[in-house]
Design a binder for this molecule. Sequence first.
Ligand code: HEC
Ligand code: HEC
Length: 486
Amino acid sequence: MTVPPTHRSTHRRNIALAISAVAFLSFEIAIVSPRAQTPSGSATPGVGNAVGGGSGNARQQGDPAQDPGPRGGDPGAGAPIGGLQDYENTYFFGALDEFKAPETVAEGLGPRMNLDSCVGCHSQPAAGGSSPAVNPQFAFASQVSGAVPPLPPFITANGPVRETRYVRNPDGSPDGGVHAIFTISGRPGADGCSMSPPDYGPQLAANNVIFRIPTPTFGAGLIENIPDSAIIANATSNAPTKTSLGIRGRPNFQVSGRTISGQTNNNGNDGTVARFGWKAQNKSLLLFAGEAYNVEMGITNELFQTERDETGTCQYATVPNDTTNLAAGTLSGIEQFAIFMRFLAPPTPSTDSPGGSPSIGRGSRLFESVGCALCHTPSMQTGNAAVAALRNKAVNLYSDLLTHNMGTGLADGVSQGQAGPQDFRTAPLWGLGQRLFFLHDGRTTDLVTAIGAHSSSGSEGNGVVSNFNQLSENQKQDLLNFLRSL
Ligand code: HEC
Ligand code: HEC
């Protein structure tokens, strides 16, 4: 396996963080009078107009802009980040095998789970990514002896991988926790376990179920190593422009000791900026790996030691199910998953596909001038990381890692840490070119719909979407080409 050069050598630009209010104002004038000459003015016929990527249809001048669709060709993802030591590469590939390995009942799978491997949910366009085209939960459901329990309606063969959370408990208090879709009943090695999956019917009827799709983990080690101070400095930058567009944003501080009387104090930890997950609810890759191993697969581990469902007739392994093996001197699963994701290279953007490099270049400037970049910060920098390959590197993630109020249209009613029912982390956009499903619940495969969904009552995205809507169709096409180049 060859190790590619670092993404920085192939990345075409390192976009400045700042968007000056002056530049923005001149753009406002430009969109009011479309003939005004701006760098992002008219599209060059034959370059900006081609719909690239998967569809191959030629778009005519003036036609409505379209999502070019997932970019074909080399995935440009899945390899280790450049600059690792040989021993770090060796750990990466060993951990990749662990990330791909399906778990069995004898190893502790379940008794409730959403799937049996990390890679099942994180595979598009390569191991570590997001939801694949064909939902593996569909096939997984049928791997039982006897009658196959009916699948809930939101799990379909060609829909996204989904996990469910309930908004409320039966007594009306906030729930927000993951309710696993499957049980081990009827699976090999689970003789004597009789456990029903959740009865989603009444929950769906009561609008009590929300969905989350997998977030990709490419470049996650770089995200993990951005200092809190960089996130906070970025949050306070461009304040006048942000204010004029209604954009706020605050880091998802997990306040230590934040206890609500009569309830358990979940999270908290050390009070530093959390950054992973749709609500920036988790601090680190190790923590996410520990949580995912138990919540998604039902494998207890060194971070989450006790089973979520302790039904006695459904336990087949010692607890915690997976640990560092002191006798053999091997690392625990969660350490390996964290190592794999930490060393996983960020996605490589394309310089010319879809639509050609002039169109992508214009799209990138429009992305800044309409204000997308005020939340989707093009680049931040890692700090003095212990791993040299992650130290003082550009992180071209297109996110400020802050949570924003996205309005009633995207609200899921769930609070996590300081992120409230309408708040979501600005989704990092790197790797967008190869993504199939968008937004936290995977409600769309279309970038135009995803952008439109930023606008609803109370959303901090309203001002920017209104700017986007005023672009010409050719300009929108440039912006969409740029997004699919990532
Ligand atoms: C059933 C599908 C499923 C399985 C299996 C699964 N995940 Fe995920 N993963 C998700 C979903 C859904 C999210 C988003 C969760 C959220 O934010 O609410 C996610 C998010 C993550 C993230 C956060 C990345 C980011 O930047 O936001 C990490 C890290 C992660 N998973 C690691 C793992 C690891 C490691 C495993 C195996 C132990 C695993 N996942 C197994 C569905 C899955
Ligand atoms: C106020 C901050 C904000 C602004 C401004 C903003 N976004 Fe977003 N964006 C978000 C958040 C938060 C999400 C995640 C929402 C969710 O999943 O419910 C998101 C999600 C997305 C997604 C889906 C990504 C995924 O992983 O599914 C795309 C694409 C996107 N934004 C593009 C844009 C574009 C293009 C613009 C400019 C027209 C823009 N955004 C402006 C905050 C913002």
